[in-house]
Design a protein around this ligand. Structure first.
Ligand code: FAD
Length: 373
């Protein structure tokens, strides 16, 4: 039996699991996929992100091919998964707000303060998903097709015996082990900690914290139109640029930057939004989307954007091993690039090469990730 273990059930781990069990050479009678996560599916950034997707915003970078293929794959997945997880193409605007005002835009923006509007994307090249619902749909499908989800914290990986040591989440403190034939580390911003077990994994993979709030807007007399809004707010002597995503479930998501940066805690369960960040985000919302900001708040949250040592995610086989892989450090595009990453890594593991047509030349070299510490 070939046992492929994926550590981490975020966007990257869930997409890898889905694409492994759907790979043409996957045979459930001979191959087994186990996903292990310390808290649960999409418990970190992959459940709290905006879920915005852009086809061509990575053009001219090493991620161009990955992003374009991922954008296309999102549209395919929306049909294949047959679950409503809020996938929809949408228009995208950049809107500048200042005391000067003078311009008009969609009704739910503060018309008195809109000073410039430009189109960043249309329904042909920008879209959105509800990330937590998508990751659950992917994992549910993977499990239906033979994958197994284990809740537990990986505390060591012994590559000399192909053994994972983990502590199950179900209150037991006893360490358990499982053996693998192949292992994929997809621990998001926590991936750097895996360098203690596998030294060729860059220890500098880390994360930065970002806060977000979700408003329930379904009781507003008028529907919030499906426009993603990238803002530039220059008011009251301050400049800020939160992003705003209305969702088809009658909510509006807004995320911004932390005014109180924090270091990555050991577990996603320990990530909490700071009251100051929540207050600041609500203030910004009141300035630019006053009707929305007056609606009930249904989530106040924070999460860590995974940051790689270079400009590209760390994706591929780990140098010195033929059965250890990494997929992490997808920055602010891990929801977009999850499907393409799933396609690439599943092919690399099951057939030894990338044949799906995604150009990975700027990301890996002969299947080995191209990033150095
Ligand atoms: C506020 C915000 C908004 C964003 N908006 C967008 C957006 O609109 N579009 C977009 O494309 N991207 C967006 N992103 C980026 C995106 O969320 C991330 O790139 C993506 O979620 C990373 O996925 P991941 O699977 O690598 O990591 P994570 O989601 O962090 O998942 C890592 C998983 O590993 C598990 N894990 C860690 N250590 C262990 C261990 N020792 N044992 C077992 N399990 C472990 C964790 O429990 C976790 O579930 C946003 C990010 C933030 C913070």
């Amino acid at each position: 039996m070939r046992v492929i273990v994926v550590v981490g059930a975020g966007s990257i781990g869930s997409n890898i699991a889905y694409h492994l069990v759907h790979h043409a050479s996957f045979d459930a009678s001979k191959d087994k996929v186990i996903v292990i996560d310390r808290e649960g599916v999409a418990c970190a950034a992959s459940g709290k992100a905006g879920g915005f997707l852009a086809q061509d915003w990575s053009d001219g970078t090493p991620l161009q091919s990955l992003a374009r293929a991922s954008f296309k794959r999102h549209a395919e997945l929306a049909k294949l998964l047959n679950v409503d997880y809020g996938y929809r193409p949408m228009d995208t605007l950049h809107v500048a707000f200042s005391e000067r005002g003078g311009k008009k835009s969609v009704w739910w923006l503060n018309q008195d303060k809109v000073s410039r509007v430009s189109v960043m994307g249309t329904t042909s090249n920008t879209a959105q998903v509800h990330p937590r619902l998508l990751m659950n749909a992917l994992m549910d499908d993977a499990v239906k097709n033979g994958a197994q989800l284990v809740l537990g914290t990986v505390v060591n990986i012994d590559t000399s015996t192909n053994t994972i040591h983990y502590i199950p989440k179900d209150a037991s403190t006893a360490e358990e082990t499982m053996t693998y034939t192949d292992i994929i580390i997809a621990m998001g911003p926590w991936t750097g900690t895996a360098s203690a077990w596998i030294p060729n994994i860059p220890s500098s993979i880390n994360g930065f914290k970002a806060p977000s709030i979700v408003f329930k807007t379904s009781d507003l007399p008028q529907m919030v139109s499906p426009h993603a809004i990238f803002t530039q707010i220059s008011m009251k002597g301050k400049v800020a640029s939160p992003e705003i995503y209305p969702r088809p479930d009658g909510t509006v998501y807004i995320c911004g930057e932390c005014i109180t940066p924090d270091t990555l805690p050991p577990s996603p369960a320990d990530v909490a939004p700071s009251p100051a960040d929540m207050e600041e985000l609500k203030k910004l919302a009141a300035q630019v989307i006053p009707d929305v900001a007056a609606c009930p708040v249904i989530a106040e949250q924070a999460c860590y954007v995974p940051v790689p040592p270079g400009n590209v995610p760390v994706m591929g086989r780990v140098k010195g091993y033929d059965n250890v892989y990494v997929a992490a450090g997808h920055t602010v595009w891990g929801i977009l690039n999850g499907p393409g990453t799933g396609m690439v890594i599943s092919e690399l593991v099951l057939s030894g090469q990338v044949t799906c047509g995604i150009d990975v030349s700027g990301i890996m070299d002969g299947g080995v990730f191209a990033v150095d510490e």
